[in-house]
Design a binder for this molecule. Structure first.
Ligand code: FE2
Length: 290
C-alpha cells in the first residue's frame, strides 16, 4: 500500500517531535504493509512550510531507513492567501514529488466562495487537487453539493483511514461510508501524526473496504490511485460516481447522529482511556477543556 498523507517528518509541525518517533512510525507503517510514504508536513498559518528543513529531514530519514520503505515529499496544504500566491508563483512546488498532485485541506468552520476560484487557478497552473478528509469537515456535512462541484472540475478526494471505522466519530464514519458507496473516494490515507494518538494504520481500513466494496476497490484506493499520484502517471480508470452529475440527496443526516460528550471526543482523539486522556491535555487544555 502507498500512504499519500503522513506527517512523518519530525519537528516541523504537530507530527512527531523527535527522530526516534518518526522512525517508529515508519516501522509501524511497514508492518501494516506500506511500501511508500508521502511525507506531508503542514503548510498553514500555524505551521509554515519549511522547504529546506523538510528536505533535510527527509534525507535523514531516508538514510536511517535504507530500503525499508520509500519516502517522498509532499505537503498538507492549507488554502490561505499566502500559500495560494506561493503555489501559483511556483507551480507544482507543493505537490507530491513536484509531479502535480496537491493535498488541500479545507477550512473547518466557513468555506468562503473565493475558495472555489482559488482551486480553479491552482488547477490552471497544473496542480491536480486532492481534497483531504472532507468527511471530517463540518461544513461539507450540510454542503456536499460543494464537494460535487469541485469533483466535477477534476478535484479528487482523500478520506482518512480511521474515519471508516469510527476513529473520528460517528458523523465522519457515516459520511465516509456514503462517499465510499457513491464512488466519491479516490484515496485512503492515514494522516498519521503520532504512533499512539494518530497512528499510521492502513490495514484495518484496507480490509474494511475490501469487505464492503470488494478487493478491486481496495486495490484502487490504497495502491493504484496512490501510485499514479506518487509517480504523476496516467490517472487510472475509475468507476462512475453516483450523484455527481445529477442531484441525489445524502442519506447521511447530521441531526440523526448522536452528539458525543467532550470526554468521548478526547478519548477518541488521543486513543487513551478516559482519565489518561484527561491528564494528557496539559495545563491549558485542562483549563479551557472545562
Ligand atoms: Fe494532515
Amino acid at each position: 500500500m502507498i500512504d499519500i498523507h503522513h506527517h512523518l517528518i519530525y519537528g516541523v509541525d504537530d507530527g512527531p517531535q523527535e527522530l526516534a518517533i518518526s522512525l517508529a512510525m515508519a516501522h509501524e507503517a511497514v508492518d501494516e504493509g506500506v511500501t511508500d510514504i508521502v511525507c506531508t508536513p503542514h503548510a498553514s498559518d500555524t505551521y509554515p512550510y519549511q522547504k529546506a528543513l523538510n528536505q533535510e529531514r527527509l534525507e535523514e530519514l531516508r538514510s536511517q531507513l535504507g530500503n525499508l520503505v520509500r519516502l517522498t515529499l509532499g505537503c498538507d496544504f492549507h488554502l490561505n492567501g499566502d500559500n495560494i500566491i506561493d503555489a501559483l508563483e511556483n507551480p507544482l512546488s507543493f505537490s507530491i514529488d513536484g509531479k502535480g498532485y496537491l493535498l488541500v485541506e479545507l477550512p473547518e468552520m466557513v468555506i468562503p466562495p473565493q475558495l472555489t476560484e482559488a482551486m480553479r487557478r491552482l488547477q490552471g497552473v497544473g496542480y491536480t487537487i486532492v481534497i483531504t478528509h472532507p468527511e471530517r469537515n463540518q461544513v461539507l456535512y450540510q454542503r456536499h453539493d460543494l464537494l460535487a462541484e469541485w469533483m466535477r472540475t477534476g478535484c479528487l478526494v482523500q478520506v482518512t483511514a480511521g474515519s471508516l471505522y469510527g476513529r473520528f466519530g460517528k458523523a465522519a464514519e457515516a459520511f465516509s461510508l456514503e462517499l465510499l458507496e457513491r464512488n466519491w473516494i479516490h484515496f485512503i490515507a492515514t494522516d498519521a501524526h503520532h504512533p499512539k494518538w494518530r497512528p499510521p494504520h492502513l490495514k484495518k481500513a484496507y480490509d474494511f473496504v475490501a469487505d464492503k466494496a470488494g478487493v478491486e476497490t481496495a486495490q484502487r484506493l490504497f495502491v493504484a490511485n496512490p501510485r499514479a499520484a506518487l509517480e504523476g502517471s496516467k490517472w487510472p480508470q475509475q468507476p462512475e460516481p453516483s450523484g455527481l452529475w445529477e442531484y441525489v440527496p445524502l442519506k447521511f443526516d447530521l441531526s440523526q447522529i448522536p452528539r458525543e460528550s467532550k470526554r468521548t471526543q478526547l478519548r477518541r482523539r488521543t486513543g487513551l482511556p478516559g482519565d489518561e486522556a484527561e491528564s494528557s491535555k496539559g495545563f491549558w487544555g485542562r483549563i479551557f477543556g472545562k
